[in-house]
Ligand binder design. Structure first.
Ligand code: IFM
Length: 426
């Protein structure tokens, strides 16, 4: 594979709730019981075993690590901060720096303190949530004492809002099936989140003038299901709703230093025959096909592709990463950071080729002129996939039934080889 540019950052990503364990004050801890989900429990026990995680990063030769700070742990009661927890995160940041690994800190990765929804039952529909969040951000900034340069304010805000405020699958469990466009539009919770992002951006830059700040936007490669111009319009409208609008607004407010892209899959989109779907689009998401059942999904005009599927049912579409990067670069002209990309691969048969093919597509866009700062593989470890430990995204498996030992999973060696081949850059 051709080499990546000098200074390109190779890394891996996790999120607090998915790996730390013991986050009993999170909205998700209660939610697991309500929904009958597999409990997250100790997860990968990274709250205690983070030095082992750093050893894994070093073993792979990685130079960047994205993790998140768990709001419910740092602020267990409104306005009460756990200084020991903040000190523990600071210790982790320092240990990463000593190991030559650049931290990227995400401030909001789905999980929130349960008290937030006791105070604000309609959640981010209330502008007050932004105020609580920003107070937490200030405490984290003070704790890190300017030692972290790369920041993400929100992880996948549109996915989180869709699941929590539209489909009722995440806390706070609000459903607005027939008004998804309102939830995802500026006058709903999305507007509050956007304002919180913009203000957090300013706070971070005030505390760390050299900071690089963004959001991690989940961007799916959308293709029209047929040559019908209505399908092309549906692609454009869905793209705007799920990807573009939030980024456009944040970009216009000059609150993005780069674009964080989480890329997993590509889907076909058909113009919806029934006015049920937002943006007039019937998207070929695996989750929608599962919810409707394959027959009804097809009857409504849904189309899935022929590519191999991961354990999430997501089609593996490496060229889609290239198309997404091309579109994002053309739209914003800002550097791009691949903040997540990975595959749920229980048999271990997919990951090595997945990495090679996605990185080849990414390299192609760099050659065409896109500026890409780095690539973070999701995930460093097998972790809690919001309801289940079954999907295996990790470069390392975790022996959860035993001593939580981390062992390289299939594909880890392939990633380490790519990283080593690129040492020194072009
Ligand atoms: O595990 C999630 C993560 O929390 C957000 N991005 C997608 C990943 C895989 O589903």
């Amino acid at each position: 594979m051709p080499r990546f540019p000098d200074g390109f950052l190779w890394g891996a990503a996790t999120a607090a709730y998915q790996v730390e364990g013991g986050n009993a004050g999170s909205t998700f801890a209660a939610w697991e019981k309500v929904r009958g989900w597999e409990p997250c429990g100790l997860a990968a026990d990274s709250w205690r075993r983070w030095p082992e995680d750093i050893r894994c990063l070093r073993e792979l030769g990685l130079g960047a690590y994205r993790f998140s700070v768990e709001w419910s742990r740092v602020e267990p009661r409104p306005g009460e901060y756990d200084e020991a927890a903040l000190a523990r995160y600071r210790e982790q940041v320092r240990a990463l720096a000593e190991a030559g690994i650049r931290p990227m800190v995400c401030l909001h990765h789905f999980s929130e303190p349960a008290w937030l929804y006791e105070l604000e039952p309609s959640g981010w529909t209330s502008p007050r949530c932004a105020g609580y969040f920003l107070r937490f951000v200030e405490r984290v900034l003070a704790a890190f004492q300017g030692e972290v340069r790369d920041w993400l304010t929100f992880n996948e805000p549109m996915v989180w809002l869709l699941l929590g405020y539209g489909l009722g699958h995440f806390p706070p469990g609000l459903r607005s099936l027939f008004s998804l466009e309102r939830v995802l539009g500026e006058n709903g919770p999305q507007g509050t989140v956007l304002r919180a992002h913009e203000e957090a951006y300013r706070l971070i830059h005030r505390a760390v003038p050299a900071a690089r700040v963004s959001v991690a936007q989940n961007i799916v490669d959308l293709r029209p299901a047929s040559g019908d111009p209505a399908d092309a319009r549906a692609v454009r409208d869905l793209d705007l709703l799920m990807h573009g609008r939030f980024l456009d607004r944040a970009h216009a407010a000059k609150t993005l230093d780069f674009i964080g892209v989480n890329y997993y899959t590509g889907i076909f989109v058909r113009a919806a025959r029934l006015p049920l779907f937002p943006a007039g689009a019937l998207p070929g998401y695996a989750e929608l096909e599962r919810a409707l059942g394959p027959r009804l999904f097809r009857l409504l005009g849904g189309r899935r592709g022929e590519a191999p599927r991961s354990d999430m049912g997501w089609e593996v579409v490496p060229e889609g990463l290239g198309r997404v990067v091309r579109r994002v670069w053309a739209a914003y002209g800002l550097p791009i950071f691949i903040t997540e990309n990975g595959v749920a691969d229980g048999t271990g048969e997919l990951r090595a080729a997945f990495l090679q093919d996605h990185l080849a597509a990414l390299r192609g866009e760099i050659e065409r002129g896109a500026r890409v700062l780095g690539y973070l593989h999701w995930s460093l470890l097998d972790n809690y996939e919001w309801g289940s430990f079954r999907p295996r995204f990790g470069l390392y498996s975790v022996d959860r039934a035993g001593d939580f030992a981390r062992r390289p999973a299939p594909g880890a060696r392939a990633y380490a080889d790519i990283v080593r081949e690129n040492e020194g850059g072009l």
